[in-house]
Write a protein that binds this ligand. Structure first.
Ligand code: ADP
Ligand code: MG
Length: 368
């Protein structure tokens, strides 16, 4: 048997139709560098901003100017549910160009982290890393996510969801109701997005209108939430399927007003502290809540749960779960596991194993 026939072929999906296109590329390049080549052969699949899937032998061929745009063969995927592999077909020539045994969707935000790609992979009956359709979709929609957290008795900040039709019908009344219920400052967020895109901190009634208009330019549903005041932002990584475990807790300290898009991807001046310097009971509680939040949205594989911790009282609220968190070697999720004793290469390996385990378990179910 040749070395190659023993290696598993991992389809690495990156880029994609989202604001986090570049971050996804950076995550993919990190994984490509670190993955165990003795065990895995990587098939890079770049998705352009328009949604075209491209493959090439060298991933760098696919990337031009920080985006998936370069040379490559445009492929389509064909659901062949019997063979448990993903078959890619040259979209122009119409012939199969390759098969992969497992997919690692390193895509963030809509059309990647939201269950859409996961649905495609389910149809193809191929194992894939991370949450399934339901967990991905529930983790993406901040309104649904918060309801599930509340149903599981997890502490969240008071919030309200508003639909665009209602906003259009009565802007002044909507603002009045929101202000009465939530006060100032508060945060206005598009329900289904990430990377802080479209999010505003509203400190004053005058700012409400523009904040809502901005958020509604990204989504037809918007979540408005009471601001966490005098809080620290801490994050905890979760790994596993049916028996998920939590990493040490990390803290991020943005130098800006909040952890906005610029702080995340432009200025790179947010300080990370791993592990966070928290009183022991608070850290332990955060870890327990992280696992509970992961389970509340039916997550699988990996998830990063983000919290606010009140400086003086230590009171904790869950902010959100990210079902496909940033995954470069220096991103919070891998760093938290590194500090918990699982290095980056081993983490990739575990995630792929978890993908196979979940697929095997589901494949064993009766379907009629
Ligand atoms: N209720 C809140 N109180 C204080 N800060 C918040 C609140 N909601 C969001 N933020 C700030 O905005 C950032 C982005 O919000 P988040 O809900 O995490 O959206 P995203 O999914 O885009 O990351 C947070 O990391 C935090 O700095
Ligand atoms: Mg966030």
């Amino acid at each position: 048997m040749t070395a190659d026939s023993r290696r598993l072929r991992v389809g690495l999906l990156f880029g994609g139709r989202s604001g986090e296109h570049e971050v996804s590329i950076r995550s993919a390049l990190s994984v490509l560098e670190a993955i165990d080549r003795e065990k895995y052969e990587v098939v890079p699949i770049g998705i352009t901003r328009e949604g075209r899937w491209l493959i090439a032998t060298d991933p760098r061929q696919l990337i031009a100017g920080g985006a998936v745009a370069g040379q490559g063969t445009m492929v389509a995927v064909v659901p062949e549910p019997g063979d448990r592999k993903l078959t890619t077909v040259d979209a122009t020539a119409g012939r199969a160009v390759g098969q992969v045994d497992v997919v690692f969707p390193l895509l963030h935000g809509p059309y990647g982290e939201d269950g859409t790609v996961q649905g495609l992979l389910e149809l193809a009956n191929v194992p894939y890393v991370g949450a399934g359709v339901l967990g991905s979709a529930c983790g993406m929609d901040k309104g649904v996510m918060k309801r599930l957290f509340q149903a599981a008795n997890l502490p969240v900040l008071d919030w309200v969801a508003i639909r665009k039709v209602d906003w259009r019908r009565d802007p002044a009344g909507t603002i009045r109701e929101l202000a009465d219920r939530l006060g100032y400052p508060n945060f206005v967020k598009p329900a289904n997005l990430g990377s802080s895109v479209g999010i505003s901190k509203v400190r004053h009634p005058d700012e409400f209108h523009d904040a809502l208009e901005l958020a509604f330019s990204y989504d037809i549903k918007v979540v408005v939430e009471r601001a966490a005041i005098d809080c620290r932002e801490v994050e905890c990584a979760v790994l596993g399927n049916d028996e998920p475990v939590a990493s040490v807790v990390g803290e991020l300290v943005p130098r800006r007003e909040f952890y906005d898009y610029t702080a995340k991807y432009v200025s790179n001046d947010t300080d990370l502290y791993i592990p966070a310097d928290l009183p022991e009971p608070v850290g332990t509680r955060v870890q327990a809540l992280a696992v509970a939040a992961f389970q509340a949205v039916e997550c699988a594989g990996l998830g990063r749960v983000d919290f606010f911790v009140q400086r003086d009282t230590g009171a904790i609220s869950v902010n959100e779960i990210n079902t496909l968190p940033g995954f470069t070697s220096i991103s919070m999720y891998p760093k938290l596991w590194e500090a918990s004793g699982i290095g980056y290469r081993e983490l990739i390996d575990r995630l792929i194993q978890l993908a196979f385990e979940r697929h095997a378990e589901r494949s064993a179910l009766r379907i009629s």
